[in-house]
Design a protein around this ligand. Sequence first.
Ligand SMILES: N[C@@H](CCC(=O)NCCCC(=O)O)C(=O)O
Length: 244
Amino acid sequence: MSRSNLIGIPACTKFVSGYIQHATPARYGAALVAASNAMPVLIPPEGETMLPLLERIDGIMFNGSPSNVSPMRYGVDFDATPDAHDPERDATTLPMIRAALDMGMPILCICRGLQELNVALGGTLYQEVHNIPGRMDHRSPEGEHRFDIKHPVSLTGELAHLIGAAEIQVNSLHGQAIDQLAPGLVVEGMAPDGTIEAVRVEGAKSFAIAVQWHPEWEVTHFPDRERLFRAFGEACAEFAAKRK
Ligand SMILES: N[C@@H](CCC(=O)NCCCC(=O)O)C(=O)O
């Protein structure tokens, strides 16, 4: 497999040093290089204007972000985190997920990416999962232990097969989580408190998996994380070859 396959990464809107910037943490692109044998391409959050880019790339990794999907996107008026939104990213990623699935383009969705997939297909989110009785606190404080292992996830179905394990240990950096599962999604990963940790798009034409944890972190140090990224890279290479 050559490194000619291009995988898009949606950037977030940031306000830094008086300017709007389009950015994402470096580890996402680095993980695609290290474990998916791909060339990462940042996608500016310019809304549906960016959709024609899908003709030029071979897969998309919908990455994590501190920002939350606006509850307006799933029909809820109450907003628990009004200062934590990125409407430009919502306007870009939600239609892009639907377009990628329509054309059979492989997608790997991570953390906010999983939440975007669920909302893009008609599901809803818990806005503060740690405030729901019986649920754990899935957030991790800033600092050197932010990406430490936090809890187990039980795996089923195609994801369990792909990773080669029925249970893995994961990091956890999210305040939101899937509430109502979107039609067409199958749950393939679950935390001990019942929080949905991984889903797959049933009947997708290619790789379409979403995880709530961060497999991109130290991707080559953990076989489960590396397998996920390798399988995604292979699906993108297959998609590129078929399209040619
Ligand atoms: N904001 C959402 C999504 C959580 C998420 O993607 N966290 C990643 C933060 C680290 C990074 O910048 O990649 C939520 O809180 O649920």
